[in-house]
Design a protein around this ligand. Structure first.
Ligand code: OAD
Length: 249
């Protein structure tokens, strides 16, 4: 485990010469907002079977069950709120502008509600649905039923979520570019789901200084590990980093 002041200094040094900061978030960043993670105690995949609710085959077999799973999660969104980790990441976007990229595996809208304007949802978004025919994507904040069809082509709509067996969004463009960064930070993710699990090695291979923020260390791949709650660590790390950096605020 590393010291937060030391990590902030090393990050500031790497970013000093117009360096890029790329952050990957996972369910742990929203845990303190009351959204369950997937694999921790009480996690979603300890109650639900992935194969029944989160694959294209599951949707083909029992779309009502799949809708019910995502409807329940979508309907809970208004009752949860961004936490200090989401807000710190929004602050980093303002400070570093185009030099900052936020990639999230989360499908909730808490990064946006904290102020992030460019959170790349590689696993999709609960607040959007997509046509199974023409692939049109629209905003949707209520329950989705099998009778809901596309306004354009009348085919059934599905959650705008990347299911197991599907290719995550933005891999070839935004993410490929963002992994060529000076600092890569992974926050609140178990690092077991690919391709996201491979981002740290990809960034490291391009020379990035890599940091993990997690309740517990997940691998020894990272150059630095800050162990604890994201909502406690991120505001402190952000404050220290901004104090050391020449950035607009
Ligand atoms: P996981 O549930 O696999 O991991 C959550 C991680 O967050 C664990 O490593 C925890 O230790 C950590 N954690 C929990 N609370 C925390 C806190 N307050 N502060 C910091 N860390 C905390 O969730 P993900 O890694 O996000 O994909 O899961 C990756 C993907 O697997 C998800 O996007 C989802 C899932 O299946 C799809 O549905 C496609």
């Amino acid at each position: 485990m590393n010291d937060i002041d030391d990590v902030a200094k090393r990050v500031a040094a790497r970013l000093a010469d117009a360096g890029r900061l790329t952050v990957l978030t996972g369910a742990g960043v929203s845990a303190e907002s009351g959204i369950p993670t997937f694999r921790d105690m009480g996690g979603l995949w300890r109650t639900f079977d992935i194969m029944q609710v989160a694959t294209p085959e599951a949707f083909a077999r029992d779309p009502e069950l799949v809708h019910a799973f995502y409807n329940e999660r979508r309907e809970k969104l208004p009752s949860v709120h961004p936490n200090a980790a989401h807000r710190a990441l929004a602050e980093l976007e303002v400070a570093f502008g185009e030099r900052f990229t936020l990639i999230t595996q989360n499908v909730d809208d808490l990064h946006e509600r904290a102020g992030s304007t460019r959170a790349w949802h590689m696993h999709g978004e609960l607040t959007k649905i997509r046509c199974t025919g023409c692939h049109a994507v629209i905003t949707w904040r209520t329950a989705l039923a099998i009778t809901d069809t596309c306004d354009r082509c009348s085919r059934p709509m599905r959650p705008h979520i990347v299911w197991f067996g599907e290719v995550p969004f933005f891999m070839e463009d935004v993410i490929a570019e963002a992994l060529a960064c000076e600092v890569f930070m992974s926050i609140g993710t178990s690092g077991v789901v690919y391709p996201a699990a491979g981002f740290v090695a990809a960034a490291q291979a391009r020379g990035a200084f890599t940091i993990e923020v997690n309740l517990e260390p997940t691998t020894s791949t990272f150059d630095a590990q800050l162990v604890g709650r994201a909502a406690e660590i991120m505001p402190v790390l952000t404050k220290r980093l901004l104090a050391l950096s020449q950035v607009s605020r």
